[in-house]
Design a protein around this ligand. Structure first.
Ligand SMILES: [Zn+2]
Length: 80
């Protein structure tokens, strides 16, 4: 019965494909600790000093502006 075998192969392909799709859609980046699920796409903010885009949760906020690091926040405030 070749039809049953074909059906089984089709099901296996479907499982592998959906698993692969799920893996590709994963937002976690290599080298960084993955955040808790349930969060939407992270808002990206621009560093007011160098213009680098960083996730809002990792950005340093001061005077209503965002910075990529404490060093850039200090560098900006030192200039006035
Ligand atoms: Zn910066």
């Amino acid at each position: 019965m070749g039809l049953i075998r074909l059906l089984i192969i089709a099901v296996i392909f479907w499982i592998v494909f959906s698993a692969l799709k799920d893996w590709l859609n994963r937002p976690s980046q290599p080298g960084r600790p993955s955040k808790r699920a349930g969060g939407a796409i992270e808002q990206m903010v621009k560093c007011a000093y160098c213009g680098l885009h960083v996730p809002e949760s990792e950005a340093v906020r001061a005077d209503g502006r965002y910075y990529c690091s404490n060093a850039h926040r200090d560098a900006r405030s030192r200039h006035g």
